[in-house]
Design a protein around this ligand. Structure first.
Ligand SMILES: [Fe+2]
Ligand SMILES: [Fe+2]
Length: 327
């Protein structure tokens, strides 16, 4: 049995997240003391949920993996989701669940190791799956419903923004795969800068923040841009989406107070998708979300559409088509 004593090298995964009979791509450990880990499963072995349940009975809630190997778990989860997306007979809600599952793994990876090249590559793969899902997933309501079940708010929000951005982009007539990929990836990573903020701040509703806290919160667009730029390979369009996702058409956004004409065209789409997702997926600012139609009315009548008008009309068309399909 291999033992090791550096706890900072490990990260926990709740035992409840393991499914039966899957090849585990990394070595698994249990933690016996603060600095003591014992290997209980070798990379390449099949997961044995009975064995894991046994640990749970002994009040072991987590299995531990080496941080530097965690990306392999994310990668595997994405591969499974990617295969599932292509299956015609699989329900839309199951596909959405698999995608959110892999997105959760990816966000956990960002939390642990930051946004590195492995994570970025994994997020690109998730976007492929999101694009595949948007293509086959007729009902927007269905997709958003699957996301609501997750307690990881940033993750659910980001996947929703990614999918919504692609849908709005398509409804605007964007057809090139490269453009839709940028919308999807920009949408998925738009709030990545939040990971650089204190977690306590993110648990606080905006309305409860003091001015200094709001100022700090508003740095997340800039921080996200920096994180992406530091990777050195992220296309400028995606960097702009992340930097400008809180701008709006009337120049009242942040950080630059850009107006519609100055905004990056794809950022206009993601800004609307972001605002809309915030109204329909539960989050700290909106614990009781609106239904898709109410949220649209809210943007139109209460806010007076402070977003790009064409993008807004495109979103309206999507919902209209959804309503007709459901009728
Ligand atoms: Fe944001
Ligand atoms: Fe956001």
């Amino acid at each position: 049995m291999e033992e090791t004593t550096v706890s900072s090298e490990f990260m926990p995964i709740p035992i409840s997240e393991f499914v039966q009979g899957v090849t585990i791509p990394v070595d698994l450990y249990i933690r016996l003391g603060d600095e003591k880990f014992v290997m209980v499963g070798k990379a390449g072995a099949h997961s044995n949920v009975d064995q894991f349940k046994n640990y749970q009975n002994k009040e072991v809630a987590y299995l531990w993996v080496k941080k530097k190997e965690y990306y392999k778990i994310t990668h595997q989860s994405i591969t499974i989701a990617g295969i599932a997306i292509t299956k015609k007979d699989l329900e839309g809600s199951k596909k959405a669940t698999l995608i959110t599952h892999s997105a959760r793994a990816m966000f956990r990876q960002i939390e642990t190791v930051g946004l590195d090249l492995e994570t970025y590559n994994n997020s690109k793969l998730i976007c492929d799956a999101v694009l595949g899902m948007v293509e086959t997933h007729r009902s927007l309501t269905d997709l958003l419903g699957s996301l609501k079940a997750y307690s990881d708010q940033l993750m659910s929000h980001s996947v929703a923004v990614s999918a919504l951005s692609v849908m709005i982009g398509q409804a605007l007539g964007y057809e090139k795969k490269a453009t839709l990929e940028k919308l999807s990836l920009g949408g998925l990573l738009h709030d990545v800068g939040m990971k650089a903020l204190p977690p306590e701040l993110l648990k606080k509703p905006l309305a409860m923040m003091v001015p200094e806290e709001i100022q700090l919160y508003e740095t997340h667009s800039f921080k996200g841009m920096q994180m992406l730029q530091s990777l050195g390979i992220v296309p400028d369009d995606i960097v702009s989406i992340v930097y400008e996702h809180h701008e709006n058409s009337i120049g009242q956004g942040f950080p630059q107070r850009l107006r519609d004409v100055k905004m990056h065209p794809l950022a206009k789409v993601v800004a609307l998708a972001d605002a809309y997702a915030n109204l329909i997926i539960p989050n700290v600012n909106c614990p009781v979300p609106k239904n898709p139609r109410e949220a649209l009315m809210y943007i139109e009548h209460t806010l007076g559409i402070p977003y790009n008008r064409e993008a807004f009309r495109a979103l309206k068309r999507i919902l209209e088509a959804d309503r007709k399909a459901a009728a």
